[in-house]
Design a protein around this ligand. Structure first.
Ligand code: FMN
Ligand code: SF4
Length: 524
């Protein structure tokens, strides 16, 4: 029986040498004339173990990682290509059954259920692991019933704003227009985030299927994936998946033999953070410069080329096949409050075990950082955690009890955003982080509105004075004033949310800014 050896094709694994490692195994298998197939799977999301090599023996996948070229040769010498010996290899990279690794075992993988398991570009593999069951069920329902199912699942947009996906779809469904569109926002610009990339590289069919279901639900016959230019591996995987789906009649003039048509294309972005903002993205997709449009009208009513358009993040759309296959309740039964289902959390920055951790909403920030992530990579104290990308707030340890939940994070002065968690140790200087927030906004601003275009530059200059110790109290008061102007006067969240990292740094780490920490009020 053919033995399968898995070496990820994920960009993170490739960056760590996975292609060379795969070549070593392939070469050895040829030389030994061993009945071995090298499968280039997606990543399991345990990035500190990449390249993570897996060998399947009697249905169990044994892991070795991180494996470099020298390690690969040692493993081959120790018997890695011999099914009888794999289980007993005593090598420093030997991890045992991958499914039993704590980081993996503790997850609830719905969206990422197949990522790392299957061959990402094999349609047969996708179908053998439950793929296209959601679309098949959707095709037996009315479009309105599909929209209702997604609404009942409680799914909220994973791109940042957390807007209920079903409500957005209903708006587009209800619009009468000769042409409607589904646009997938795959610009993934937030610092410390990589979940979109991982799913597009590791299970592209789930996005293709999710977009097809969205198209049928709202009456759109064309879809575009707006992909950031820094993701060439994802572009390859997506285009292969789209070609396979077209050839199998899962896309095209008659989806699965039905009366529904759906065409899908990948478009490469122009490389600006603001092009992830939905209206700016539409401008860019139309071939114009990526500047923000004033809302209303909403893209759901007047979107791409002036037509009703569903714009959703990759993860929102990739959650849909599970919801349609297993039913809204299976998704909605997980989570807390109004945050239903699972969130693929991305652990990054100065963290011991960085990677993708899909879990039901409700887990605390502290558990994610200290227990799942194992604290800092440097071994020093965790000082701050920025959640939700460059516009997200910095959380101090005192707020580590905050549950991962949209409302709880808002109440704590932050946001979940796209689920990026970036850890800083006690060497971080929060004045520099506050300055960086302004600088980032100044560089990435589309320039359309004054509070952001001018405010970010003035903010950076004022923070320079604070850092230089010039009239700190007055300059910090100025920063606060500026933040209020940006928060309430900006046209979009780039200018409007930059105050979050700035003000959270000042509020939670006052010592760094030469301010005394306010003691909690004494109990009466
Ligand atoms: C400056 C800025 C950048 C954004 N970048 C992204 C992004 O890279 N990916 C994304 O899905 N949403 C991004 N968003 C949010 C989108 O505007 C929009 O809310 C989202 O695509 C809607 O999809 P969802 O409802 O599935 O989250 C960004 C928003 C702003 C203001
Ligand atoms: S807030 Fe900034 S990015 Fe957004 S519209 Fe205004 S200038 Fe453009």
């Amino acid at each position: 029986m053919t033995m399968r050896v898995f070496v990820p094709r994920d960009a993170a694994a490739v960056a760590c040498g996975a292609d060379d490692v795969a070549a070593v195994f392939a070469g050895a298998a040829r030389e030994m004339q061993a009945d071995v197939r090298i499968v280039r799977n997606g990543s399991r999301g345990m990035l500190w173990l990449e390249p993570l090599v897996e060998v399947e023996v009697a249905g169990v996948r044994y892991g070795f990682g991180p494996v470099d070229v020298a390690g690969a040769r040692e493993l081959i010498a120790a018997g890695l290509l011999n099914p009888v010996r794999v289980r007993n290899i005593a090598h420093e990279t030997a991890l045992g059954p991958v499914d039993e690794i704590d980081f993996f075992k503790r997850q609830t993988r719905l969206t990422f259920a197949r990522c790392g398991i299957t061959d990402p570009v094999s349609l047969d593999d996708y179908r053998a692991h439950g793929g296209y069951a959601g679309l098949a069920r959707a095709l037996a329902m009315t479009p309105l019933a599909i929209v209702d199912e997604v609404t009942r699942s409680g799914l909220r947009g994973r791109g940042g704003a957390g807007f209920p996906t079903g409500i957005k779809w209903k708006t587009v469904h209800d619009c009468k227009a000769p042409q409607k569109y589904v646009v997938c926002n795959a610009d993934e610009g937030d610092s410390g985030t990589f979940a979109d990339r991982m799913i597009m590289e590791g299970d592209p069919f789930v996005l293709v299927e999710g977009m097809t279901i969205a198209g049928i639900a709202v009456g759109a016959t064309r879809g575009y994936i707006y992909l950031r230019s820094e993701y060439p591996h994802a572009a390859i995987a997506l285009n292969q998946a789209i070609a396979a789906a077209n050839a199998a009649g899962l896309l095209g003039a008659s989806v699965m033999g039905s009366c529904h048509a759906f065409e899908l294309e990948v478009r490469i972005g122009a490389g600006a953070y603001v092009c992830g903002e939905e209206t700016s993205l539409l401008e860019s997709l139309e071939g114009k410069r990526g500047t923000v449009r004033a809302k209303p009208p909403l893209p759901a009513q007047v979107g791409l080329f002036g037509r009703p358009t569903v714009i959703n993040n990759v993860l929102s759309l990739a959650a849909v096949p599970f919801i349609m296959a297993e039913g809204a309740e299976a998704y909605a039964n997980l989570g807390m409050g109004r945050s239903r289902g699972t969130m693929p959390v991305q652990l990054a920055g100065n963290i011991k075990r960085g990677g993708l951790f899909e879990t039901a909403f409700g887990i605390s920030l502290g558990e994610l950082v200290d227990v799942i992530g194992g604290g800092t990579h440097s071994g020093r104290e965790v000082k701050a955690v920025q959640v939700g990308g460059p516009l997200g707030a910095y959380f101090p340890r005192e707020l580590f009890d905050t549950p991962f939940d949209y409302e709880a994070f808002t109440a704590a002065g932050g946001l979940i955003g796209h689920g990026g968690v970036v850890v800083f140790d006690d060497t971080a200087d929060m004045t520099k982080q506050a300055r960086f927030a302004f600088e980032f906004c100044a560089i990435e601003s589309c320039g359309k509105c004054t509070p952001c275009r001018i405010g970010a530059v003035r903010g950076r200059e004022t923070m320079d004075k604070v850092i230089a110790g010039q009239d700190r109290a007055a300059n910090l008061a100025l920063v606060e004033d500026l933040c209020n102007t940006m928060k309430f006067g900006s046209l979009c969240a780039l200018g409007g949310f930059t105050p979050y990292p700035v003000m959270s740094a000042i509020t939670h780490f006052p010592e760094d800014f030469g301010r005394a920490r306010e003691l909690p009020a004494a109990a009466e």
